[in-house]
Design a protein around this ligand. Structure first.
Ligand SMILES: Cc1cc2nc3c(=O)[nH]c(=O)nc-3n(C[C@H](O)[C@H](O)[C@H](O)COP(=O)(O)OP(=O)(O)OC[C@H]3O[C@@H](n4cnc5c(N)ncnc54)[C@H](O)[C@@H]3O)c2cc1C
Length: 455
């Protein structure tokens, strides 16, 4: 709880609509895509670095917890003020500060929406590849803080591979600049990378310098439909061996296809058992050459359909509808974004589906199989006590199965509130203590995101 004096301080520092205190107005900031509810004591929406520095000096002095927030699309509650505190929204820090086609970099404030940056860069024929499926609604600051992956990670890697430097405001108000404008830099320890994926635990990121590459001039995608999961997974192996990496290689299992079939029109015959969506890019001749090889690798399939231009966009639109389609099957979902070594994919997905059958629950397996990242979402009705109990048990079994296959309990979403309790399954005490010691260097009094540290 903030005192009246503390609220007055925030009102002075954040005039007008920059500070919010009423529960009704803060409701939008009290939840995220996890659907967990945690009401903050205040929400502030800074416009400048100076405001942020004063806020962070004040917060440390008063022991007020700070919870940075982008657009609240995180699915594990990482931006929520569990236990109270101040949510620091990047909503008003949303300017693209520089696009430099000679240095191949962009500088952006954290609140810039990923898709807006992509669209602006395309005008300069430049490309920032990381594209979480939430690109149209998530912020660059959130993407950096979660080290967001996405569809294109197979060929282009994840957010961490594109962050050259950043400016962060630390508890106490110190402004820290890390990295720079160089695409190569080996001086000192890599503080930039430490912030990437730190889920707001070290400080508030106020500016980011991103590496860019030339925009590939051409692309094409293939939808391949199979009579069973095994055929589809065999095709994944062949698709990754054509001598050129696809941009994207996504799998949709039977339950996922069924959910999409129930939600609307789909580009495959009803009853299909598994499908792959594969995207290729590059120069026109390179795409044509790779398409031919990829077609051969994906055969024999029950259906092979190639999309270019509008048709390609439509194919991917179906993939983006999985999340809303899932909620038409059941009101609640436990999301798991586990990752396993590629060689263990078949064992993992068959294991998750078997867990679903045993627990009498609909488990949707889909996702970025090209890099071993599988979404295994457990659909259920949380108001049914027995079903909720079975869903929680199924989640634990999915995580255990993943770890037994040398996998990770999160490939991209992080742990936030909902998965914090499982971190100990993967990280040992020594690892966690070293990580806590590192955090203490940045945040000695522990005001950043208490209880949601990603370790
Ligand atoms: C439909 C859907 C599809 C998705 N697909 C993907 C996907 O393909 N790949 C993927 O990786 N994720 C995906 N996500 C999850 C989510 O979109 C990502 O984690 C995204 O990066 C979060 O961005 P955000 O702006 O919403 O951040 P928020 O959810 O607001 O915050 C996420 C984390 O970042 C921290 N943070 C935010 N801004 C700052 C800042 N300025 N300084 C310090 N810390 C900060 C927060 O404290 C929190 O820990 C998906 C989510 C949805 C709803």
């Amino acid at each position: 709880m903030l005192t009246a004096e503390q609220k007055n301080y925030l009102k002075d520092l954040f005039p007008g609509d920059e500070a919010i205190f009423s529960p009704a107005s803060m409701l939008a900031y009290a939840t995220d895509a996890s659907r967990i509810l945690a009401m903050p004591d205040a929400v502030v929406r800074p416009r400048s670095l100076e405001q942020l520095a004063k806020l962070m000096a004040w917060a440390q002095e008063h022991g007020v917890p700070i919870h940075p927030r982008g657009r609240g699309t995180g699915v594990v509650g990482a931006s929520l003020a569990q236990g109270g505190g101040v949510v620091v929204s990047s909503l008003f820090m949303n300017e693209i500060l520089e696009i430099n086609s000679k240095d191949f970099l962009a500088r952006a404030q954290p609140g810039v929406v990923n898709a807006d940056l992509q669209a602006e860069l395309a005008k300069h024929r430049l490309f920032y590849p990381p594209d979480p499926a939430s690109a149209a609604i998530s912020s660059i600051g959130g993407n950096v803080s979660t080290n967001a992956g996405g569809m294109r990670a197979v060929k282009y890697g994840v957010t961490r591979d594109y962050v050259l430097g950043l400016t962060a405001v630390l508890p106490g108000g110190k402004i820290l600049h890390t990295g720079g404008r160089c695409h190569k830099d080996v001086i000192g320890l890599d503080l930039t990378s430490l912030f990437v994926g730190s889920a707001g635990a070290l400080g508030v990121i106020a500016e980011i310098t991103l590496k860019l590459i030339p925009l590939p001039p051409a692309s094409a995608s293939i939808l391949a439909v199979y009579d069973n999961l095994e055929q589809a997974l065999d095709a994944v192996d062949r698709g990754l061996s054509i001598g050129a990496l696809p941009v994207t290689l996504e799998l949709m299992s039977r339950n996922t296809l069924l959910a999409l079939e129930r939600a609307g029109e789909v580009p495959w015959p009803c009853g299909a058992q598994a499908a792959l969506l594969v995207k290729l890019d590059g120069s026109e001749p390179a795409v044509e050459h790779d398409l031919e090889k990829m077609h051969a690798a994906l055969a024999p399939a029950a259906l092979l359909r190639t999309g270019r231009g509008r048709e390609e966009t439509d194919l991917w639109e179906v993939r983006r509808l999985i999340n809303p389609a899932a909620y038409k099957i059941a009101p609640d979902k436990l999301s798991n974004d586990v990752a396993v070594p590629r060689s263990k994919l078949k064992e993992a997905i068959e294991g998750f589906e078997a867990i679903g059958r045993e627990m009498r629950l609909n488990v949707l397996c889909f996702g970025h199989v090209g890099d071993g990242n599988v979404h295994a979402n457990i659909l259920h009705d949380a108001s049914n006590v027995d079903e909720r109990r079975r869903a929680l048990k199924a989640r634990r079994r999915i995580l255990d199965t993943t770890l037994s296959l040398e996998g990770t309990i999160s490939g991209e979403h992080g742990t936030g509130i909902s998965k914090h309790g499982f971190i100990g399954l993967q990280l040992c005490e020594d690892q966690r203590r070293i990580m806590a010691d590192i955090k203490a260097v940045f945040d000695p009094t522990g005001i950043m995101t208490p209880g949601k540290e990603p370790f």
